[in-house]
Design a protein around this ligand. Structure first.
Ligand SMILES: Cc1ncc(COP(=O)(O)O)c(C=O)c1O
Length: 435
């Protein structure tokens, strides 16, 4: 076959989106390891002793059960396909936690039925977009934003509009103006706003209560859905109960809430959600076609962990993440160039640093030419922009074609111990100053 023919075949073979959308920058970077690794949001502290105990206790329990006929039958069911929406026992446990820790307005006795388990919260994002978005629909998100949201949104051909953020997260005034412009220019209001209120990825910001109230009011006024992703809600340094936007949603009609267990136990690949029932129904239908069900084994392990161990395990771990975060902030203040601005996270895994004085500085180029050869890795800011879409520009009150800023970087402090964080930031700062 000629080369030309082969090319035509290839063009016919793959769906259009595969030609437009590259592999995620983070997945690409995860293939490399460096000594000073500030790239992926990888948990560096896990309660492995607790997990090991849960595994061996469960294994003993199964061995005891299968000795009787009845127990054997019970285990046969457990080792089989489960319900697409997840095991009831886990959904009940998580419904209780969402009330205690997150103040969600639900009645665990009844509303656990609206809790849906997903295979990672990445699946939650994909499924929700999948059931809501038609090509050309408008979705709103922060600038920069989590690429696990913008990737699926672009695959589904949504029009993504990004809204500016500062060191407190999204700026509500600009959100409202962008909604008005969407109505004016595209003839439709946005379908949803994607938001991370606690320890955002990539900037590490947490929305102050006033901003959450303003966002809620805007969503109510314009009747826009909120897609809330609180993947870092268990990783809050003060460990106080939290108030996501979902806590405002007394009637369970506006906020599609989802979270992950990955930051405390990535091995389980388990996310969970609480959303308006009509949307949940469609999500379960789509999930059925995607994975049939999330593995029952990891659901049961998660249930045991959440019912008996999580708070004690996290007390210890979250304190250490806080120390890592503080070490990174101290090292940034001491070693990074003075003209940088950076966020000061109160939870989660990330600090965002940008060279405020040099908008032309290209952190991607610097990563490849300077940082990686010096055993350093971070995620360049460009990775957190949509592949195509629009930016709301406050200076001109206009929507322009999206233009990734090149001068930012996401620095993760989750993986390395404090001494390596200190040494790595010192190296990075020295190299940046030499530039
Ligand atoms: C904001 C955010 N949402 C979702 C995810 C995906 O999480 P999961 O591992 O549960 O699929 C991540 C992972 O890093 C994340 O940072």
């Amino acid at each position: 076959m000629t080369e030309e023919l082969q090319k035509i075949k290839r063009d016919d073979l793959f769906a259009e989106w595969t030609k437009k959308i590259p592999e995620s920058e983070i997945r690409r970077l995860l293939r490399n390891m460096t000594k000073y690794y500030f790239a992926g949001g990888l948990p560096g502290l896990l309660p492995l002793d607790v997990f090991s105990k849960i595994f061996s206790d469960l294994s003993e329990q199964i061995a005891a059960e299968i000795k009787t006929n009845e127990g054997y039958k019970k285990m046969l069911t457990f080792f089989n396909y489960g319900p697409t929406e997840g095991l009831p026992a886990l959904r009940k446990t998580l419904a209780k936690r969402m009330v205690q820790r997150e103040h969600l307005p639900l009645n665990p006795e009844e509303d656990w039925k609206n809790v849906i388990i997903t295979t990672g919260s990445q699946q939650f994002l994909y499924l929700v977009l999948n059931v809501l978005i038609n090509p050309g629909d408008v979705v709103l998100c922060t600038r920069p934003t989590y690429l696990g949201f913008v990737g699926p949104a672009s695959i589904l051909d949504a029009r993504v509009i990004t809204i500016p953020t500062d060191t407190d997260g999204i700026i509500p005034e600009y959100l409202e103006k962008a909604i008005d412009l969407s109505i004016k220019e595209f003839g439709k209001k946005p379908k949803l706003l994607y938001i991370i209120a606690y320890s955002d990825n990539p900037k590490g910001t947490t929305l102050p209560m006033k901003r959450k109230e303003a966002i809620w009011d805007i969503a109510e006024t314009y009747d826009i859905l909120i897609l809330e992703d609180e993947a870092y809600k268990e990783m809050q340094f003060d460990r106080k109960p939290i108030y996501p936007l979902k806590a405002f949603d007394k009637e369970n009609k506006r906020v599609i809430y989802g979270t992950s267990t990955s930051k405390e136990a990535a091995v389980f690949r388990l996310g969970y959600t609480y959303m308006p029932p009509a949307i949940g129904e469609q999500v379960i239908k789509a999930k059925g076609y995607q994975d049939l069900c999330t593995p029952s084994l990891t659901q049961e392990l998660t249930r045991i962990y959440y019912e008996n161990y999580i708070d004690d395990a996290l007390k210890h771990i979250v304190g250490q993440y806080e120390e890592r975060g503080k070490t990174m902030l101290r090292a940034i203040a001491e070693y990074m160039p003075e003209n940088g601005i950076y966020t000061k996270p109160t939870g989660g895994f990330f600090v965002w640093w940008e060279d405020a004085a040099n908008p032309e500085f290209n952190t991607k180029e610097f990563l490849e030419k300077v940082a990686i050869p010096n055993d350093l890795m971070y995620v360049p800011g460009q990775a957190f922009y949509p592949i195509s879409g629009f930016d709301y520009l406050p200076e001109r009150n206009e929507l322009i074609k999206t233009r990734p800023a090149t001068n930012g970087m996401r620095l993760s402090f989750s993986l390395l111990p404090p001494e390596d964080i200190e040494e790595g930031i010192k190296r990075l700062g020295t190299l940046l100053r030499q530039r």
